[in-house]
Design a protein around this ligand. Structure first.
Ligand code: ARG
Length: 417
């Protein structure tokens, strides 16, 4: 007897994944298991299990992945300084590999032969999901209904739900596509598709408008150990608690709003709004501490790695030997990233208010302009002579060629051309 196809489905309770649950049962005569990862997306988890069961799931898994999300995904990205296109802290992008990993774990436990997800066929998330599954469980099949089904619009899907009695509370009304977790919220669609349109206030889900933020600045002090935040205003906290606390305080000061036209892996330019109050604040504070503690060449080299690391996360290669190798580099640099950063949150801005570290390379005796100064000024003389020798030689040799002179008028004046 051929056993029935069993599929583990990444389920959020939103419109697409609700339709998927039913559609897979119909189309493949499959048994479906709903799998949801809690990455700190407070709203969506409410009533999820009942909803999935009502849609025909035989089992529902809701895994609390928050701690692993913070320690194994968010913090490595923070230490690396990974911001896609120098801007986006990648809440959505970093969550996908962890969700894929959990999906694979459930699929194994339940002896599923396939997994399925609700990512669109024109986005980055399908790549992240499937590249992760390919790395973790190459034998598992992946079904991506959004690439193959017949529905052309949300209306079609809503009509399908109504026909099948699938509960879809509120999805009808929301004009935006929203993905939310502990590290941030991504918002697109609706009026946001026009990059010339300023996001209306209702697009923002978790931050107060900077103009409505308190007139008094809020100061917070964050302590880092080995590049990771460990205490908040002097109080030791778990990563999850610290991020939650900071999300609250920074959001109340209008911090963390990002409006970005970005390059998707599939070649499309898309416009997305992000709200990442804690992520923006922590990246800022971490960078300030690195300015104080990293040796110059390491600091400059690490900026290049940050760029590559961000691309790698964004492009779905979290589970890859390159990411592991980059982590080894980053962790080596973070051995000295210890200390306190005091930041000022004020009407949408994060500013540095102070930093101190037992590993600080800032030496007042070298930096000062007072009579405490111990820098050897005379040593600069020989240094500059040798340092400038290449350019000096070049322009001496080529002094007759007007077209390659530097943009300085020589004492005798430029030869007339
Ligand atoms: N553009 C972001 C990324 O690729 C977020 C994608 C999901 N956005 C959304 N609003 N559902 O990481």
């Amino acid at each position: 007897m051929v056993s029935r196809l069993k599929i583990a489905v990444a389920y959020s309770g939103g419109l697409d994944t609700s339709v998927i649950l039913k559609w897979l049962q119909e189309k493949y005569d499959a048994e479906v298991i709903a799998v949801t990862g809690d990455l700190g997306q407070k709203k969506e988890l409410h009533g999820l299990e009942a909803k999935a069961k009502k849609t025909g799931a035989t089992k529902v898994y809701i895994g609390d992945l928050r701690q692993s999300f913070v320690n194994d995904y968010i913090f490595p990205a923070l230490k690396a300084g990974a911001l896609y296109e120098h801007t986006y802290p990648m809440a959505t992008s970093i969550g996908r590999p962890l969700l894929a990993k959990y999906l694979v774990e459930v699929a194994r436990k339940e002896n599923c032969s396939a997994v399925s997800h609700g990512c669109t066929g024109k986005g980055n998330d399908q790549v992240r999901f499937e590249a992760a599954v390919a790395a973790l469980a190459p034998d598992l099949n992946v079904i991506a209904p959004l690439r193959e089904w017949e529905f052309k619009s949300r209306e079609d899907e809503i009509e399908y739900c109504e026909r099948h009695g699938i509960p879809i509370t509120a999805t009808k009304l929301n004009p935006y596509s929203i993905d939310e977790n502990l590290w941030g919220t991504s918002i697109e669609c609706g009026v946001l598709e026009d990059p010339m349109v300023e996001p209306p206030e209702d697009a923002y889900q978790r931050t107060i408008a900077p103009k409505d933020a308190p007139d008094e600045a809020t100061y917070v002090t964050i302590e880092f150990q080995l590049g990771v935040p460990v205490s908040f205003n002097g109080k030791p906290m778990s990563g999850v608690d610290l991020i939650e606390k900071l999300n609250e305080i920074a959001a109340a000061n209008g911090v963390g709003r990002i409006d970005l036209v970005e390059n998707r892996l599939v070649g499309i330019k898309s416009r997305e709004i992000y709200e990442a109050p804690a992520a923006v604040t922590l990246h800022f504070a971490h960078r300030e501490l690195e300015r104080l503690t990293l040796e110059k060449e390491v600091a400059h080299y690490k900026a290049k790695i940050a760029h590559d690391y961000a691309d790698l996360i964004y492009n779905g290669l979290w589970f890859s030997p390159l990411r592991c190798a980059l982590d080894a580099f980053v962790n080596e640099t973070q051995k000295v990233v210890n200390g306190l950063v005091r930041v000022k949150l004020y009407k949408g801005n994060v500013e540095i208010a102070g930093r101190t570290s037992p590993n600080s390379l800032y030496d007042t005796k070298l930096a000062t302009y007072t009579d405490e100064d111990q820098f050897n000024h005379k040593a600069s003389d020989g240094f500059i002579t040798i340092y400038s020798l290449p350019v000096k030689t070049f322009y001496q040799v080529n002094k007759e060629s007007a077209e390659i002179q530097p943009d300085i008028v020589p004492a005798s004046g430029r030869p007339a051309s």
